[in-house]
Design a protein around this ligand. Structure first.
Ligand SMILES: [Zn+2]
Length: 191
């Protein structure tokens, strides 16, 4: 089964903080509720203002926000991923060729490079089109992948199905003193 995620990440790929700093701010604004799961992989139920802070598209989709009786993680909840020692590029089955930030051309052989980009996300390489040195963290993935050292992942949201409202992004920006963006991932469910 596929696992869709809406992922919020800082624009500055080097930024990191303690997960508790983010979870405190997200709890205060009502985005997250009770914590559950293992301490090293902390997850949170949707908070009481979750549906005001994320706008779901389309005609009143059914969003399952309650834990499942079978204990599965196939319901909408939030996970804070990180902090990692260095930036990581997260990508999924929905990811397509990124654009060079300098010349805007697509790097079509990205699949052959992604293994190296994931691990060496800050190591510049020459753009195959304009030869400008670019680091993978600065590629334009058009919201189909993204990078960072810490991520707020909303589980069971599928690509384009929902968008964060400005208030939520401002809450995160207030914590990190820098803007945040969002992207979507579609992956095999490894839970
Ligand atoms: Zn280029």
């Amino acid at each position: 089964m596929d696992n869709g995620q809406l992922i919020l990440h800082p624009d500055d790929p080097a930024y990191s903080t303690a997960p508790a700093t983010l979870s405190k701010a997200l709890a205060e604004t009502g985005f997250i509720g009770d914590a559950f799961g293992k301490p090293e992989e902390q997850r949170f139920l949707a908070g009481e203002r979750f549906l005001q802070l994320i706008t779901f598209m389309g005609c009143s989709p059914h969003i399952e926000l309650e834990p499942q009786p079978d204990g599965s993680l196939n319901f909408c909840h939030i996970r804070i991923h990180g902090p990692l020692d260095q930036p990581l590029v997260l990508w999924g089955r929905n990811t397509t060729a990124p654009r060079c930030p300098a010349c805007r051309k697509r790097i079509t052989d990205w699949r052959g490079r992604i293994g190296e980009w994931e691990r060496l996300a800050e190591a510049p390489f020459p753009c195959p089109h304009c030869h400008e040195a670019i680091a993978p963290v600065h590629l334009d993935w058009r919201r189909q992948a993204g990078s960072g050292r810490i991520f707020v992942a909303v589980q069971q949201v599928f690509p384009g199905e929902a968008v964060p409202v400005p208030e939520l992004m401002e809450t995160l920006a207030h914590v990190s003193h820098g803007e945040w963006g969002h992207f979507y991932l579609l992956q095999e469910n490894d839970d």
